[in-house]
Design a protein around this ligand. Structure first.
Ligand SMILES: Cc1ncc(COP(=O)(O)O)c(C=O)c1O
Length: 417
């Protein structure tokens, strides 16, 4: 068996040997193929994953840096994917977007566009503020760190959604951006975007909706009848959105979208340069080389599934979430946090040590997230979880029986990343 030694081998090996070593390398990885992992991996079923993989392989060498001259194919795919995304997210004809490598890049680019537009209007942007609910993703803090800004995290309301009044109070003359999530990562609840939109308009700040998790899920859940308030460009104050294709878009990893309400806004996102010996270079995103495979994978899955396919996948997920939530609420001492309506939710225990329960479930092969405020177990569900929900409920019920007997000094949160 080939081993990783840190030195390049003098001679190569056959693909069969290399492949065998690759498969072996994953021996201790979480078991996502059997749907026992509810974080990091979005498993829509073997057929969709095969489409995502084959499409990636078809375009793995093509480079999205060369959209205009070399690869009109990738330009067409980027235009088509972003147009599909914008239509799903209630955008008008002025709106536009780009493919990026992931949610973090989409968020950093939106923050950069916001900052640079403010600077172009003569505002002092050094130390400018982004006001976010406490539940917002750390990608905003990363953006702030890179871009010389500050994040103000505002405690969430009792139902775990953004506290609109408190956020409005936190806006001052240094505030450039307000943020709402659809949904947020810790609890899976959607922030009140229409109300945040009103604050953004009244105070003339940019509202970004982080729909990295919900962008390619919530529109289909709504078509299926989920009772969700508007969370997208249909809300007038929303200036930009992030929506990940490599989450509930089911594309191969390395694919997200960043959207702007207007082309004028997007002008502040990109980068152009020509003062070197190889001519002009313009990039709409952070990357130089952009992976054609990720473009093709997203494009292919969207055309493979279509609205009907995504709606069916969304229904599997929301039905599974409802089933799990009902079973959890029925278990003595357990409760779900807030009123999550998409594919992500968290639950905690009144008395029992929830992290001990998490550990027992992990020992049975279940790998999920945890949250700390309040302590809880968090699940980001995929369509494939429909097949294992009953087993999870049974294992949770067994763990609850055992944890009651176990000593329960509360420990710090287990690390899962
Ligand atoms: C709500 C939310 N925003 C942003 C991100 C960042 O996305 P990525 O990990 O693709 O950079 C995540 C990731 O889970 C997320 O849940």
């Amino acid at each position: 068996m080939i081993e990783s030694t840190g030195s390049m081998p003098e001679c190569g090996s056959s693909w069969e040997e290399v492949r065998e070593a690759l498969v072996y390398a994953g021996r201790d990885d979480v078991d996502w193929r059997d749907a026992r992992t509810a974080v990091y991996v979005f498993n829509p079923g073997a057929d969709v994953m095969q489409v995502a993989k084959d499409a990636y392989a078809l375009y793995q060498s093509e480079n999205g840096l060369g959209l205009t001259g070399a690869f009109p194919s990738l330009r067409e795919m980027e235009d088509d994917v972003t147009s599909m995304g914008l239509r799903l997210l209630g955008a008008g004809p002025e709106a536009c977007g780009n493919l990026t490598s992931g949610g973090t890049e989409s968020i950093v680019l939106a923050v950069k566009a916001c900052r640079d537009q403010a600077a172009s209007e003569g505002r002092e942007v050094a130390g400018g503020r982004i006001v976010v609910p406490r539940s917002a993703h750390p990608a905003f803090d990363k953006a702030a760190k890179y871009l010389g800004l500050e994040v103000v995290r505002v405690p969430v309301a009792k139902d775990f959604t953004a506290d609109v009044d408190a956020m409005a109070d936190a806006v001052d003359d240094k505030t450039l951006m307000l943020v709402g999530s659809a949904p947020c990562f810790p609890y899976g609840v959607v922030d009140p975007i229409p109300e945040l939109g009103q604050v953004a308009e009244a105070k003339d700040v940019w509202l970004h909706v982080d729909a990295c998790v919900g962008g390619y899920f919530a529109p289909f859940a709504r078509m299926n009848g989920a009772d969700l308030p508007a969370f997208d460009f249909s809300v007038p104050g929303v200036r930009s959105m992030s929506a990940d294709l490599h989450k509930y878009g089911y594309a191969a990893k390395g694919a997200s979208t960043v959207f702007h309400r207007t082309e004028a806004q997007r002008q502040f996102q990109g980068f152009s340069f020509d003062d070197w010996p190889a001519g002009g270079m313009s990039t709409p995103t952070f990357a130089g080389t952009r992976p054609g495979g990720a473009f093709a994978s997203a494009w292919a899955v969207m055309h493979y599934l279509g609205v009907e396919g995504y709606r069916a996948k969304a229904k599997l997920v929301t039905d599974t979430r409802a089933k799990l939530m009902t079973a959890i609420e029925k278990m003595d001492g357990l409760h779900v946090y807030g009123d999550p309506k998409l594919g992500l939710f968290a639950y905690g225990a009144e008395q029992a040590n929830i992290f001990a329960i998490w550990g027992m479930l992990k020992a049975k092969g279940w790998f999920t997230g945890v949250i700390t405020e309040p302590q809880g177990i968090q699940l980001m569900l995929s369509p494939a979880h429909a097949d294992v929900a009953d087993e999870y409920i049974a294992d949770l019920s067994e763990a609850m029986g055992k944890v009651a007997e176990a000593p329960k000094p509360k420990v710090g949160s287990p690390s899962y990343n």
